[in-house]
Design a protein around this ligand. Sequence first.
Ligand code: PRX
Length: 632
Amino acid sequence: MSNFVVQSQSQYDQLYKESIENPEKFWGDFAEQEFAWRKKWDKVLEYDLSKPYIKWFEGAKLNITENCIDRHLATKGNQTAIIFEPNNPNEEALHITYNELAKNVNKTANMLKANGAKKGDRICIYMPMTPELTYAVLACARIGAIHSVVFAGFSAKSLSDRINDATCNVVLTADGGYRGDKITPLKEITDEALQSCDSVEKVIVLNRTNSKIAMEYGRDVWWQDEFAKASDECPAEVMDAEDMLFILYTSGSTGKPKGMVHTCGGYMVYTNYSFRNVFQYEEGDIYWCTADIGWITGHSYIVYGPLSAGATTVMFEGVPSYPDMGRFWQVVEKHKVNIFYTAPTAIRSLATCDISLVNQYDLSSLKTLGTVGEPINQEAWDWYNNHIGKGNCPIVDTWWQTETGGIMITSIAGVTRDIPTYATLPLPGIQPCLMDENGNELSEGEQEGRLCIKYPWPSMARTIYGNHQRFAETYYNTFPGKYFTGDGAKRDSNGNYRITGRVDDIVIVSGHNLGTAEIENAINEHSNVAESAVVGYPHDIKGNSIYAYVTLKNNVGSETINDEIKDLVSKTLGPICKPEKIQITSGLPKTRSGKIMRRILRKVAANEMDNLGDISTLLNPECVEEVIKGRV
Ligand code: PRX
C-alpha cells in the first residue's frame, strides 16, 4: 500500500501537514513512486496565479494510457477493467479485461489515425455510454489528440458551438443512443450540427441501435468497418506533461460555455491520487460511478482515475428509472458492487419510490457510498445511509468541479469522519480558504464566505480553450493570487467545509451546471420575446430548478407561448436546460443603469417575499408588485 493512501486520521493529519509545508516534495514523491514516466520532470511546479501561469511536472514525458493500460498488463491482463451494463437488462453485460482494453484502445487509435486524426487535433466525441466511448477517449490520449466529449443529451446547436469553438476535425458518434425506452437520434443531431461546422472532415459512426440514418459519402464512415480493419498494436505517442489531454465544456456566467483545458501529467497524478484515497479502493473491488462520461465525473472517476489505479470500473448505459426505479440496486446486486458513487438528485428521486424497489435486492456487497455534484440535504443523506448503506457504509460527500479536475474536499472513506451535509476536509495537498466580499481571507475557525483555493494542485484547469483572458477574469481576478470557485461555503471550528451553493449566475439543476445567461439567450430567440431573466429556485428532487421571467414584444403572447419557450430551450440547448416555470410579466425590475435585478427575482421565485431588500432605488419599482402577484 502506498504511503500516500491515507489509512488513519493521524496519518491524514501528518500527510496534510507535509503537503502544505513542502508541496513540491509531496507531489514530486507521489508522482515518482506511482507512475510510469518516459522521462522525469525538470521541475515539479512553476506558477504565478496572478497571470495565471501554472505548470506541473514540466519537462516530463509520458502517455497517460501507458499508465491506465500497458503497465497493468503484466500482472492484471486478465482482470476485468470495465464491466459494461447495457441499458436493456436482458442484454448481456460485458466484462472487458485489461488485455482486451489494450487491444480495443489500440484498434480505435489506429482507426482514428486512418481517418486523419493526429497528435494535437481536437476530436469531438458525442456518444452513448458504451465501451466504445471509453476506447475513444483513451484512443485520443494514445495518439496525442485532444478529446472534447460532449454529453449525448446536448442539442445540435450546443454540439456545433462546441465543435466550432475547438475546431474539431473528427467527430465520433453513434446512430443512436439507448436511454430507457427511448433512443436519442445522435447521428441525426450530429448531421444537423455539422451544417454549421466547416472544420469537420470525418464522422465515425458506431452502429448501436440499428437506427435508419443518412451517411454522407466521403465524410461518414461506419465505426465497425473501420475498427475491423485496424491493427491492435499502436505505440503510445510520447507527450509532454503540460500537453493538453482534453477539453471539457462547462457553463459560464456569460452565454458562451467555457472549454476547460486539462493537461496530461498533473491530471493523471491527481485523479489517481484522489480516486485511491477517497474511495479506499482495494484490489478486487467492483467500483461503480453512475455519472456519464460526458461530464467531468465520468472523465476522472469512470475512466482515468480507476483505470490508472488498475481498478474494475462499471459503465452503465441506462438510466435509474428503466425498466423501473429499482435499476441501480438491481445492478449493484448483479455485479456485487462494493463502491457506489452517485448524485444527490438521483438519491432524492429514488427515495420517493416504494422501498420494496430497494429491499428486493441484496446490497450486502456495498462497503462505501459517495455523492457528487451538489449539496446533499440531511433527509437524502439519511435515506442513503439507512436504506442503501444499511448504516454500515461511510458516505463520502465529494466537492469538486470541472475546473478542479478531481475531488478536492471530502471525507476519506472509513478513515476521516463523514458529517451529513458537509463535504468535510480538504485532501492532503489542497489548500482551501474563505474570503469575504472585500477580498480579505477569513481567519481560521468558524466562518462563512466565498470558497477559494490558495495554492496550485496538479489537476487544476490550465486555461479556457482559446480564451486565457476569460480564464483569468473568471477564476483569478476576483481574489488576486487565489483560484475562486464560484461557490459559497461555511467552515466549522474543526475546519470542516459545508458548501452552501453557487454565488454567481450558474444554477446546479439535478447536478448539472447550467448558465442562466445561456438559457436567457435561447429564450430571447423566440420571435415574440422581448426580454427574459432566468434564475434558480429550490426544488425538492432536483436541488434547484429553472424559473424564467419573460416579457413579450408589445406584451402580446399566445396561449401556447410557455410550451413554445420550453420547446425552444430544449431544442437549442438540450432538455436538461428547459425552464420548469415560466412567468410572463410586463416588466423586469431594473437598476437605474438598466441591469436586471436578479437578486429580487431569485427571492420571488423562492417565495421569500418578506426579505426583498431595498427596492426604492430601482428604475421601475412598480413592476416588483406585478412580479410577486404573478408568481407561478
Ligand atoms: O456548486 C458546486 C457543485 O457543483 C459545481 C461544479 O459543477 P461541475 O463543474 O459540473 O462538476 C460537478 C461534478 C464535480 C460546484 O461549483 N458541487 C459539486 N460537488 C458538490 C457541489 N456542491 C455541494 N457539494 C458537493 N459535494
